[in-house]
Design a protein around this ligand. Structure first.
Ligand SMILES: Nc1ncnc2c1ncn2[C@@H]1O[C@H](COP(=O)(O)OP(=O)(O)O)[C@@H](O)[C@H]1O
Ligand SMILES: [Mg+2]
Length: 261
């Protein structure tokens, strides 16, 4: 402590900037099933959050509510201080701010790798074709597959396709990247090439929410781990604390199963 207690500290930029993601009192049901129970979660800019939890605990639904692929029953979700627009142009803009990568890559089978990356920015952003192409090539370079740009998805391995899916999401210049089990469908030897791209994104300061069972990634790249069970966040801490000293029986049980083989 410097300064006397009566001094009012200068508000710093980080203290005043709204969090990148702010979920407040979020509730969601699927019929009778209470799938998100009073979620309160703030993610500051540049933070990498790994979301863990057993199957069915609500991890995918949490991700999907953040870019409004799923509506919520009540509560509030803000991206950089702005509430989620219900529909229309504002929603399209918000979706562009929040990139999402799923377990299944969902590339367009009849478009080339380059076209897969240029399609959305060509439609949404008012950029020239050559600008969009140049940016797409830069992103393909960055994920290590520029040489495959004229091939079709089926000609690439799963790991390569997932890296294209990441480049495609980045092409919209998102502020946040959501990853929902991005390596779960991959053969084991391809997992690391995808995780490496994610680690580099994290190091560059991207705000990320990552649902994954890759504990190495969580240890290496996460600033924070949240653990979900039955639709609620029941642990929220740094990775070392979570892995070395889980508090709840649910988390201990989960870690025992996942690390026990
Ligand atoms: N569209 C849906 N309609 C009805 N129930 C759903 C739907 N999507 C998910 N659920 C249910 O909500 C719960 C949470 O699912 P999900 O968010 O996919 O969990 P996780 O990703 O942690 O496995 C599960 O019980 C699942 O069966
Ligand atoms: Mg899921």
């Amino acid at each position: 402590m410097t300064g006397s207690p009566t001094q009012v500290p200068e508000p710093s930029a980080t203290a005043t900037a709204p969090p990148m993601i702010a979920m407040k009192d979020v509730q969601k049901h699927f019929g009778e099933l209470h799938v998100l129970k009073d979620i309160n979660l703030e993610v500051p800019r540049g933070q990498v959050v790994v979301v863990l939890g057993p199957s069915g605990s609500g991890k995918s639904t949490l991700c999907r509510t953040i870019n409004r692929l799923e509506p919520i029953d009540s509560g509030d979700i803000r991206i950089e201080g702005k509430s989620l627009p219900a529909e229309g142009k504002d929603l399209a803009r918000l979706r562009a701010d929040v990139g999402m990568v799923f377990q299944s890559f969902n590339l367009f089978a009849h478009k080339t790798i380059l076209q897969n990356v240029t399609l959305a920015p060509t439609k949404v952003r008012k950029q020239s074709k050559s600008e969009v192409n140049a940016r797409a090539l830069e992103l393909l370079e960055r994920v290590g597959i520029a040489s495959q740009k004229d091939k079709y998805p089926a000609q690439l391995s799963g790991g390569q396709q997932q890296r294209v899916a990441i480049a495609r999401a980045l092409a919209m210049n998102p502020k946040i990247m959501l990853f929902d089990e991005p390596t779960s469908a991959l053969d084991p030897e391809m997992v690391n090439e995808v995780l490496d791209v994610m680690v580099s994104l994290a190091k560059e300061g991207m705000t990320m929410l990552v649902v994954t069972h890759e504990m190495g990634f969580a240890r290496q790249a996460a600033d924070r781990v949240i653990f979900m069970a039955d639709g609620a966040v029941i642990e929220d801490t740094d990775p070392d604390t979570f892995f070395d000293h889980p508090k709840t029986d649910r988390a201990k049980d989960f870690l025992g199963k996942i690390l026990g083989h």
